[in-house]
Each structure stands twice: as structure tokens, then as C-alpha cells.
Design a binder for this molecule. Structure first.
Ligand code: SF4
Length: 345
């Protein structure tokens, strides 16, 4: 049996033609799955019975099971899914006034081992298929009343640009008017700085948003807290960002988690302003750290005063800067924490 969601609209049309069926049924099937939330072919009442039978014999629709659901007092819901091979992934629904953001995983586990992230602690398991990525969207949309998803961010488990082909295939369905119909500008890919992936992305005909986890402008420190920097150091990464902006005319957001005693002093702010100088269409998103315990290191956020001083420094240096607070503080909301807890039990 194959996951039907791994087929693009065109591939599904070709499948129908190979069965001697008209290809327009593909759009109907897309609509049943992605817009009407059907999990069974049998209920697709505008399809001929013979086609429903063929679909049933060859495909399935939903490929994951909910293992745990945590809801925060601020409405944030964190879901832990079990894939059919037993691997675990997380997705988060973040509702707000007039919008809901689905934060998705792109891999089971992660090979990049960033210091602030619980996802890398247990290593890499495997890439998600495009169908499994779409499963996350389907599940959020169909099962949470406040998940009328308007935005998607790939900031869950895994490095999206390390699973490039499956990611892009899923994004094209998320974006398709025949499926979820979420505008490309409302879809954000968040990367730790995979230069070849960024270069590929700038050649796509998709207006998706790009966000880069930076966390420090010091090459030595970045190599320590984000080992990916040893392969793709800051000088090459920033050069690549210049090219990306020139080629696409789109903004890049730099994520910067502020950690007490590590990267939150004014010298760090000064280095950051220097690194981003001349990079038009860029924005820095400051995020006070969510505590992650990585024995024996305890990561804690800086004081409010330190956060404000850091932000003020950047603002005065002409950097486009915003401050974001983590949602879902009362649940295991930091990337990978819920999966980690579950795997320990
Ligand atoms: S931040 Fe992203 S790339 Fe880094 S370890 Fe976590 S999931 Fe992997």
C-alpha cells in the first residue's frame, strides 16, 4: 500500500490515466483529502465506485497516530505523533487572533546537534516523506477546532533543507489551490544554515519565507553551539544570504536565541550588527531562551533588562529587530522536548 499524499496532482493524474480513468478526478480526490478531510476513499461520493475500489486497493490516506497531546493555557497545542515504523515526531498548533500557525517537523530526529535544541539529542533517525509532512497538516487541520491553519513554519524536529525534495513536494501541496491553499508567503522554512539548500531554494518559483537560526555572530562560538558552522561558516553563509536577497528580492529573518552568559551582552550585539551590515531585506528575531537541560549545561534566558538593552543596541545600529516570546511555556514547547520526554519513559 502506498501513501496517496506522496503523489503530486500531476502524478495522481498520470496514475488515473494509467487506469483508463479521466484525469479530472485527481482534483476531486485532492479536494476530498486536503479540503474536506476524508480519511477513506469509500466516502468520496462523486467518484465512480470502480475508481474508489481501485484507490482503496492501492493507497491509504493517513499514515500516523497521535501518541500524546499537550495543551497550554495560551491555546498552544503540541502533538506527538508515532509514524508507522515507530519513530516519533512533533507538531505544534499556535492559535492567535485571526491566524493559526502550524509548526511542522521535516525529519525524525536531527543530525545537526545544535546546543539549544532537544531535537538533536537523540540523533538522526530518517527523513519524513512528503506524505508524512502532509499528515501533520491534515491532522492539525482536521482534529483541532482552533487550527484553521493560515501559516506554516518548518521549525519542528529536523533540518528542512536536509530533506529538500520531500519538503518542496509537500510545500507545493500545502500551497496548491486544489489542496490546503496556504499562500507561499505564509510558509516559512527555517534552516540552521545549509548553504547548498539556500542556493537551491533561491532558484524555485515559490515565494516562501526563509529564516536562518544564527544565535551568534562569532564564528568560533557558532561552531561550538551549532556544529553545522564548521561546514558552513558565517562568512560563506552571509555571502550566500546576499546572493539570495539579490536573486529573490525577499527578506531573510535571522533567529537569535538569547542565552544568559553566552550571547546576550552588548559586545555580541555589536558583532551581530556588524555581520548583518549592508544586508538589505533582513530582520533579526530575538528569542529569550526556553530552558533546555543538557547535562551538565543549563540554558537560561537573560534578564529582561539585558534583553531590552540588546534589542535597543541593534535598533540604534539600524538593524530591523523584533522580540518574540516563546508560546506554550507551561508545556514541553521547546523543539524536541516532548519527544525526548516520551522516549525517556
Ligand atoms: S535547531 Fe533544527 S537543525 Fe538544530 S538540532 Fe534542532 S532541529 Fe536540528
Amino acid at each position: 500500500m502506498q501513501d496517496i499524499k506522496e503523489l503530486s496532482l500531476r502524478e495522481l493524474e498520470e496514475k488515473l490515466l494509467s487506469w483508463g480513468k479521466p484525469k479530472y478526478h485527481a482534483k476531486q480526490i485532492f479536494s476530498w483529502i486536503y479540503q474536506k478531510g476524508a480519511y477513506e476513499f469509500n466516502g468520496m461520493s462523486d467518484l465512480p465506485a470502480s475508481l474508489r475500489k481501485l484507490l482503496e486497493n492501492e493507497f491509504y490516506i493517513l499514515g500516523l497516530n497521535l501518541a500524546e497531546l499537550q495543551k497550554s493555557s495560551d491555546g498552544t497545542a503540541k502533538l506527538l505523533f508515532e509514524l508507522d515504523d515507530g519513530n516519533l515526531i512533533e507538531a505544534v498548533n499556535i492559535p492567535a487572533a485571526k491566524r493559526a500557525t502550524g509548526c511542522l517537523s521535516s525529519q525524525a530526529g536531527c543530525k545537526f546537534a545544535c546546543e539549544f535544541c532537544a531535537s538533536g539529542l537523540k540523533g538522526f533517525k530518517r527523513n519524513l516523506t512528503s506524505g508524512e509532512i502532509l499528515d501533520e497538516v491534515l491532522y492539525l487541520k482536521n482534529n483541532l477546532p482552533d487550527a484553521q491553519l493560515t501559516h506554516i513554519v518548518f521549525m519542528g524536529t529536523g533540518e528542512p533543507l536536509d530533506n529538500y525534495d520531500n519538503l518542496l513536494k509537500a510545500i507545493r501541496v500545502i500551497n496548491s489551490a486544489h489542496a490546503f491553499n496556504i499562500g507561499a508567503r505564509r510558509i516559512t522554512i527555517s534552516t540552521c544554515g545549509i548553504i547548498p539548500g539556500i542556493k537551491r531554494l533561491q532558484e524555485e518559483d515559490l515565494q516562501v519565507e526563509l529564516s536562518i537560526s544564527l544565535h551568534t555572530a562569532d564564528d568560533k562560538l557558532r561552531s561550538k553551539i551549532m556544529p553545522v558552522n564548521r561546514k558552513y561558516p558565517l562568512v560563506g553563509l552571509i555571502k550566500c544570504c546576499h546572493e539570495y536577497i539579490e536573486r529573490t528580492n525577499r527578506q531573510i529573518t535571522f533567529e537569535y536565541i538569547l542565552v544568559k552568559g553566552l550571547n546576550s551582552d552588548l559586545l555580541s550585539a555589536q558583532k551581530l550588527a556588524g555581520l548583518l551590515k549592508g544586508l538589505r531585506l533582513s530582520k533579526v528575531n530575538l528569542i529569550p531562551a526556553n530552558p533546555v537541560f543538557k547535562d551538565p549545561v543549563k540554558i537560561t534566558p537573560p534578564s529582561e533588562k539585558e534583553v531590552e538593552s540588546f534589542k535597543d543596541y541593534l535598533f540604534k545600529a539600524g538593524v530591523n529587530v523584533t522580540l518574540r516570546r516563546e508560546r506554550g511555556q507551561d508545556i514541553d514547547a521547546a523543539c524536541g522536548q516532548l519527544r525526548l520526554k516520551y522516549e525517556k519513559n
